[in-house]
Design a protein around this ligand. Structure first.
Ligand SMILES: Cc1ncc(COP(=O)(O)O)c(C=O)c1O
Length: 393
């Protein structure tokens, strides 16, 4: 039987990115030894007040359809948080509630681009991006960030990637896998390019609450007519499994989005929206908890990776991931990751999952128990020492 061309676009390398991760999950389910550093899902519990509110709403019968755009109380809370973070005053009609940032990205791109268009995205990028950005029929154009410069934003590379077909610029700040935050200067360059070429800007800020001070530089206030800001509770509130995210943007876009949500999602569960209002009400303390959690683990990982032969770490500015340059071991990221899992049962994501600039890298996630981080580093050291010994022979 014949399938649509969409299945090709969503079935590429992004789906392969998770193979080692799935193997590790399956091993753990079989009761075998496996340390999973391949995902960013903190082992923190969702704040108790949030869980209690969901349970209360469920018991109260909050199990019916809800407004497609999201409940007013939640959209108001998101609008307030957006103002605190980005300095852009928006009304609740500029907010739509979606099923995680992932869903918000897909919805945004389906409303902003189509076949024949080009969507620029910084490479390295989060592995679901290529399929998400190409589902509409548009093509992803990678803006390469040079490992030699620590993957810093490169305005010239972005300008070189622009063509008459360019429609949207997308980026995550803080980034995944780099953990780097786009500076005011980087954003000023992006703003110029967007104005000159009349482009949309989709800013994925799922990790913004984990940045120092709980926010990152944003163009939302300066370019309200062309900036779409994506957020979610997944990372800041240890709520990955609740699937609660949002999009903030110009009113007209949000109206179109509502039509898409009507046929794609039909609104989110009411009890989750109620819990989300509670979550946003305690955002300050939840974010601080998440920041302290990540900072402690990043420091622990860096400490225990010291002196591992052939490895050098890119220190993240925020988030729960770190890129490791493994070229010194003589391996590329993929063979390093496969061997590490086979020999030491530690799963990491090979750099090729993030694009063309990270072939010699792997991404480790440190949103897990501290003892597991220490043990994973011990195993990585054994693995790299064995590789070094093999090379010397
Ligand atoms: C950059 C980036 N965007 C979006 C997402 C998806 O987040 P959510 O759980 O809100 O869908 C992730 C998840 O890891 C991510 O790293």
């Amino acid at each position: 039987m014949k399938f649509s061309s969409l299945v090709q676009r969503i079935g590429g390398d992004g789906a392969d990115a998770w193979l080692i991760h799935y193997a590790a999950l399956a091993a753990r389910e079989r009761g075998e030894d496996a340390i999973i550093l391949s995902v960013g899902d903190p082992d923190l519990a969702t704040p108790e007040a949030v869980v209690a509110r969901a349970v209360e709403a469920l018991h109260a019968g909050d199990t019916h359809y809800t407004p497609v755009r999201g409940r007013m109380a939640l959209r108001t809370a998101i609008a307030e948080q957006h103002y605190r973070r980005c300095g852009q005053l928006v009304n609740p009609e500029q907010v739509v509630v979606l099923s995680g940032a992932q869903n918000a990205l897909m919805v945004a791109l389906l409303c902003l681009s189509e076949t024949g268009d080009e969507v620029l995205s910084l490479d390295p990028m989060y592995p679901t991006y290529p399929a998400t950005l190409e589902a509409s029929g548009a093509r992803v154009i990678r803006v390469p960030l040079n490992p030699q410069n620590g993957f810093r934003f490169d305005l010239d590379a972005m300008r070189r990637a622009i063509t008459p077909r360019s429609r949207v610029l997308t980026f995550a700040t803080p980034g995944n896998p780099t953990g780097l935050i786009l500076s005011e200067e980087d954003l000023a360059g992006i703003a110029d390019v967007a104005r000159e070429h009349d482009l949309w800007i989709v800013a994925d800020e799922v990790y913004a609450g984990l940045a120092p001070g709980g926010s990152v530089p944003s163009l939302a206030r300066e370019l309200p007519e062309r900036v779409v800001t994506i957020g979610s509770l997944s990372k800041t509130h240890a709520m990955c499994g609740w699937r609660l995210g949002w999009m903030v943007g110009p009113r007209e876009l949000i109206d179109h989005t509502e039509n898409l949500v009507l046929c794609m999602l039909y609104g989110l569960p009411g009890f989750i929206q109620e819990a989300a209002v509670t979550a946003l009400g305690i955002a300050g303390e939840a974010e601080q908890r998440a920041r302290e959690y990540c900072d402690r683990r990043a420091a622990l990982m860096l400490e225990h990776m010291q002196g591992i032969p052939g490895i050098s770490a890119l220190v993240p500015q925020a988030g729960m991931f770190m890129l490791l340059d493994v070229r010194g071991t003589g391996l590329q990221g993929r063979s390093f990751a496969e061997g590490l899992f086979q020999e030491q049962r530690v799963s990491v994501i090979p750099g090729d999952a993030f694009g063309t600039q990270t072939l010699g890298f792997v991404r480790v996630g440190f949103a897990t128990e501290e003892a597991l981080i220490v043990e994973a580093c011990r195993r990585m050291r054994l693995y790299c020492e064995a590789l070094a010994a093999k090379r010397e022979r």
